[in-house]
Ligand binder design. Sequence first.
Ligand SMILES: Cc1ncc(COP(=O)(O)O)c(C=O)c1O
Length: 401
Amino acid sequence: MTTPNISRRGDLIQESPIRKLAPMALDAVKRGISIHHLNIGQPDIPTPIEFWDAVKCNMNTVLAYGPSIGIPALRESICVYYSRSGISIEPDHVMITTGGSEAVIFSMMATCDPGDEIICFEPFYANYNGFATLSDVKLVPITSSAENGFHLPPSEEITSRITDRTKAILICNPNNPTGTILTDAEIAELADIVSRFNIYLLADEVYRDFAFDGREHSSILEYPEIAERAVVMDSISKRFSSCGARLGNIVTRNKSLMTAFVKFGQARLCPPTLSQYGATEMYRSMTDEYFSSIVSKYQNRRDILMEELHGIDGIFFLKPEGAFYATIKIPVENTDHFAAWMLTDFSVDGWTTMVAPAEGFYATPGLGLDEIRIAYVLEENRMRSALEILKAGLQEYRASR
Ligand SMILES: Cc1ncc(COP(=O)(O)O)c(C=O)c1O
């Protein structure tokens, strides 16, 4: 019996480069191989105890729906969190979402009609490609170059890509997958462009706490001149090592946008209730020490990564300024093939290393083929072993070509 074709978007949506090798990883595990996961931004830091205590304290007879916009206590505690970095927002400016992922999807859908364009800087978080397909938005990529540290290109290059279909500029700051943090001057420049061209500025600030070497992260919420144009997308996944809680949030001072977000939210009913209780307590109990200890842990891992990479021939990389990723050029023709080969054909003493091929972090076809993204989310000894194995794998792979 024949069946109708599936939709064009169902057919075209990009597989996540972070997850598409998972079946091969599963096969490797079945063959008895253990894997160092440098492919995914899954922190190994324990989720704060306050999360679990809150979940236990809220054991009830009914796990009920909550408000579509999120529970008031969590929205209030998020305002307190932003106030620590001098940002003044009200609970009415905050909507809780099912992960930062939903925050990005809602932001694309509330600012764009089908076929409208969003300018973004590649390489970017790979799932933006998938989110754009889901919301029928066209991403217009501007390639950022490693030579200037993946910082913004000149203003004229950005404005030359604005058309009458452009509705927004999307940034990820600190950046996944490059680790670059935009300077105040760069944000001010973007604020100027979006004001002049009457478009929105969408900022994915999921990694806003992770700034290294004493850097300060600036948020687009700190620019009063774009108060009505700024939308921040955020998440507790990395902040509190709570990826499985599936909670994020949107912040905007634009009432019309917030009305649209809430209507989208009503269609999906509500974000996870139990996770919201846990998240509220994590926000309430967090201290400056919590954040500084986490940041120094990741900075130390970044330093180990830099040290280990220096010993590998023929690769090119930059020192990340924040987040916990690095984009690295390696001397192979196709990192998709190399990353798969590491899982199917290579191991050292029963271990291999999994990395994310970078092609999917670009929208321009053919870019990133010789790059990988590494997530430095493992503790020191595991990071070192993972990178030793990667180095040995790279040597053997090249010798066998
Ligand atoms: C830049 C960026 N934005 C959004 C997300 C999605 O986060 P969440 O787990 O909250 O959906 C991620 C996850 O890795 C990310 O790296």
